[in-house]
Design a protein around this ligand. Structure first.
Ligand code: ADP
Ligand code: ASP
Ligand code: MG
Length: 407
């Protein structure tokens, strides 16, 4: 039996019902027969985080974020004891811990807190006593013991951070697909599973919308070189290994296509074109804890210009009062918010010094009459803003253009 610890994380759809929790418990029991130390991180059951969000929205659309976190954390707090009970029923000794009990200390930025420290003594004691430790994902606590959450998809981050702290052999992310694919397999059925991918590429892929992994989890994995495996909960495939040096033959120049339909475009129209305006606008939005993505400032006419940028759609309600205030301050004529948009990104190192790549992207999209509204690039990705109802077509067009299909 291996003394080495393994951390396994099971996502929401893997624990969506009592039956599924019992099935996952069997898988954990099998792991426990082979290993001394097993730590399990669980997400909220099914769509329960979305349901809690909808409930809060009805009670107070501008709910204080501290209360939101207190509420959202209950999703994971529910799954963990159920999983421990299911394990006990199989004769596997287990104990559930909340993020607070597991010693997960975070910053105080509610809704997107960062793990600052883990005090793992309780977990270590329970492992020493022979128990499987089931930790509620996505949550932690501040110094003042206020409950925080780590951002949507944050259970991945709990798992990788615990794996690092416990010096686990690896961190296994169990989900409803067989690994990381060249595109979301629900949108592009011809997408191909990627056997191995480098942290840096996975980070970029996750950051532009491949939501199979939380970007922060990949970042922690990269910093501490923790091997991460993404696999199916109910299959036996090898899945995807996220590591530092993927095997040579798997290093393709274009990694994949990601999309994000959860974005909104904000346009401040007819803003005076003078120094300091952008600093005022983005300073205020940043101070409100809202992340801005693609910024475009149009050529000015008569000293006036349109300033547009994208933010997460779920931040729009929170951004409104800040934007109203900013618009007044800088003398913008109007604020327009457009949620009928999405981003599609091509990710891969091929962009380094290959100018023809851009032309291929635009040709593939224009051949299908898909209009590109905005563009942004980095060393290893190109992102275009398009109409939301054309997303699937755009993903498929680019996937075909870069020959990423299954052979
Ligand atoms: P979990 O609840 O297990 O955390 P998520 O819904 O967060 O699962 O992530 C898994 C989903 O990510 C898949 O069902 C798939 O639709 C989506 N996805 C998006 N891009 C990719 C990709 N490149 N590879 C695999 N899955 C992807
Ligand atoms: N339950 C949280 C969410 O839906 C965290 C997670 O699933 O990772 O975002
Ligand atoms: Mg997830």
């Amino acid at each position: 039996m291996s003394r080495h610890c393994v951390v396994q994380k099971y996502g929401g759809s893997s624990v969506a019902s009592a039956e599924l929790i019992s099935r996952v418990a069997k898988r954990i029991a099998a792991t426990r027969r082979e290993r001394d130390r097993v730590v399990v991180v669980v997400s909220a059951m099914g769509d329960s985080t979305d349901e809690l969000l909808a409930l809060a929205q009805k009670v107070n659309p501008a709910a204080p974020s501290r209360e939101m976190d207190q509420l959202l954390a209950t999703g994971e707090t529910t799954t963990a004891p159920l999983m421990a009970m299911a394990l006990e029923r199989l004769g596997v000794r287990a104990i559930s811990l909340t993020g607070l009990q597991a010693g997960i200390r975070t910053s105080s930025t509610h809704r997107s807190a960062r793990i600052v420290d883990i005090v793992p003594q309780r977990i270590i004691d329970e492992l020493e006593a022979g128990r499987v430790v089931v930790v509620a994902g996505f949550q932690g606590a501040t110094e003042d013991l206020d409950i925080t959450t780590l951002g949507r998809g944050g259970s991945d981050t709990t798992a990788v951070a615990l794996a690092v702290e416990l010096e686990a052999e690896r961190c296994e992310i169990y989900t409803d697909v067989a690994g990381v694919y060249t595109a979301d397999p629900r949108v592009e059925p011809r997408a191909r599973p990627i056997p191995e991918i480098a942290y840096a590429e996975m980070l970029e892929f996750a950051a532009v919308g491949a939501k199979v992994m939380h970007p922060r989890a990949v970042e922690i994995g990269e910093t501490y070189e923790m091997p991460i495996v993404v696999r199916s909960t109910f299959g036996d495939g090898p899945g995807t290994l996220i590591c530092k040096h993927p095997a040579m033959e798997d290093r393709q120049k274009i990694r994949g296509i990601a999309h994000d339909s959860g974005v909104a475009k904000v346009i401040l129209t007819r803003v005076p074109d003078r120094p300091g305006i952008a600093a005022t606008v983005f300073g205020a939005i940043g101070a409100a804890g809202i992340n801005v993505d693609i910024i475009v400032q149009n050529v000015s006419h008569d000293g006036l210009t349109d300033l547009s940028f994208t933010i997460a759609e779920e931040d729009l309600a929170r951004a409104r009062p800040v934007l109203d205030e900013v618009a007044r301050k800088v003398g913008a004529t109007e604020i327009v918010a457009d949620t009928a948009i999405a981003t599609v990104s091509v990710v891969g190192t091929a962009f380094l010094g290959t100018p023809g790549m851009f032309a291929r992207i635009f040709r593939a999209l224009s051949a299908r009459q898909i209009n590109v509204e905005q563009i942004t690039t980095s060393q290893i990705h190109v992102t275009v803003v398009i109409a939301r109802d054309r997303v699937a077509e755009a993903v498929q067009a680019l996937h075909a253009e870069f020959e990423l299909e299954q052979d």
